[in-house]
Design a protein around this ligand. Structure first.
Ligand code: GLA
Length: 421
């Protein structure tokens, strides 16, 4: 079976070298081989067959947050897991300052000049590409034109950071093409800036940070104030399982911005620059000074940030009762205090909690649909999956996607020699 890098390279040749207008049709467009984790770099086994194709490959992962919903823009803690669902880009330099990109997933292309980058109104994925290029250039980094093919296994609009994976893979690619490098932290901040300023989504740092700084085998406890992280090894016998409700969410919808504004109002009323500075005791003493809804939002964030630290310790120690309690509290807060749950999420929560092997389950991403996450006894992962599939399908008539995920490395670059190894 052709592996990931080889299929991307074959598509590259089809689009850019043989004058094809679009990618080969299935299995190239949505190959079954891409359905699961990529398992890392992938090997280009028959490279000689493809000689003269792409010069560089970049990949960057999606992520699932294990604890810490909406804590990032409040400068609190979040426990995040960069996952093996990732975005790959294969590229070859051009010397005319033009960037041509083709998305295998969408079977759509874009082309722009590096000296005249403008946003487009009709398709958001093109703005991620243009935005990263524009922001890197504004930083004074020299960009090189290229032909590039993109393929992603991160589901779109599902709360697993497909946009950050694209941004971080692109920034990594441009650094490889330009012959310069950025620290993971700076790359993450610039990609966040591209999303905030060029695409217009005021996200926090969680997604880009996870995608740039992942480490194989580790969850990361991220302090969103100083961007320091602690690597967290999940105890043997516990697996992370992503459960996609298949009900899509969009961050540009007003709810995310509204939650952010409510948190800012709460912080201002409490006289701090961010909710990170509010302790549970302070909030309990001054809660009455806040409008009722603002108080609930603040209560969720303050507790959720503390839970991120507690869950890191509980997962390292394999303390299953603590994992269960923290996840239950997190979901209850997301539903009742922060109000980011949907009927599909409630149905999925019920299905996850009733399934064999479940240790804890909660929301993931921004909420409002998308994926949820369960911590499951490793030996029962198959039974868990089958039970959740059945229960959620019977409750909603929608077939969910349920898959275990492992901690993957952050954004990385490969040249031909590395890929062909
Ligand atoms: C989205 C945003 C992140 C974060 C999460 C919620 O994924 O992009 O910055 O705020 O929602 O935790």
């Amino acid at each position: 079976m052709l592996d990931r890098a080889e299929i991307v390279a074959a598509c590259f040749r089809q689009v850019f070298m043989e004058g094809g207008q679009s990618c080969p049709q299935p299995p190239f467009r949505r190959p079954a081989a891409f359905a699961g984790d990529s398992g890392g770099a992938g090997k280009l086994t028959n490279y000689q067959k493809l000689a003269g194709d792409p010069q560089l490959w970049a990949r960057a992962p999606g992520r699932v947050d294990l604890m810490g919903s909406h804590t990032d823009y409040n400068l609190g803690f979040v426990l995040t897991l960069p996952i093996g669902r990732d975005t790959w880009i294969a590229a070859r330099r051009r010397d005319d300052g033009i960037v041509r990109v083709h998305s295998m997933n969408l079977d759509a292309s874009d082309e722009f000049r590096l000296d005249a980058i403008e946003p487009v109104s009709e398709s958001r994925w093109r703005n991620y590409v243009r935005g990263v290029a524009a922001i890197l250039q504004n930083e004074g980094l020299a960009l090189t034109g290229c032909d590039a093919i993109i393929h992603s296994t991160v589901p779109v609009a599902a709360g697993l950071s497909s946009s950050a994976a694209l941004e971080c893979a692109l920034a990594t690619l441009f650094s490889g093409l330009g012959g310069w490098s950025l620290t993971g932290e700076r790359k993450a901040l610039l990609c966040q800036k591209a999303e905030n300023e060029f695409v217009g989504v005021k996200c926090g740092i969680l997604d880009q940070y996870s995608s740039c700084l992942g480490r194989r085998g580790c969850a990361l406890l991220l302090d969103c104030r100083d961007l320091s992280t602690r690597a967290v090894r999940i105890a043997d016998g516990i697996r992370v399982v992503v459960c996609n409700t298949m009900s899509p969410r969009r961050l540009s919808g007003g709810e995310y911005a509204q939650r952010r504004a409510e948190c800012e109002q709460g912080a201002a009323a409490l006289g701090v620059s961010a909710l990170r500075d509010v302790t549970p005791e302070m909030l309990a003493a001054r809660r009455r000074e806040l409008p009722e809804r603002t108080a609930r939002r603040c209560a969720f964030i303050v507790a959720e940030s503390a839970r991120a630290e507690s869950l890191a310790a509980a997962l390292e120690a394999g303390n299953r009762p603590a994992v269960a309690r923290l996840c239950t509290e997190s979901f209850a807060g997301a539903r009742d205090l922060y109000e980011i749950c949907s009927p599909a999420m409630e149905a999925m929560m019920e299905a996850m909690l009733a399934a064999p092997g479940v240790i804890g389950a909660r929301q993931a991403g921004a909420g409002f649909g998308g994926c949820m996450v369960a911590l499951v006894d490793a030996a029962s992962a198959d039974a868990f999956r089958a039970a959740v599939l059945n229960a959620y399908r019977s409750a909603t008539q929608v077939c969910p996607e349920i898959y275990p995920v492992d901690a993957a490395p952050g954004a990385e670059l490969f040249n031909i020699e590395e890929i062909a190894k």
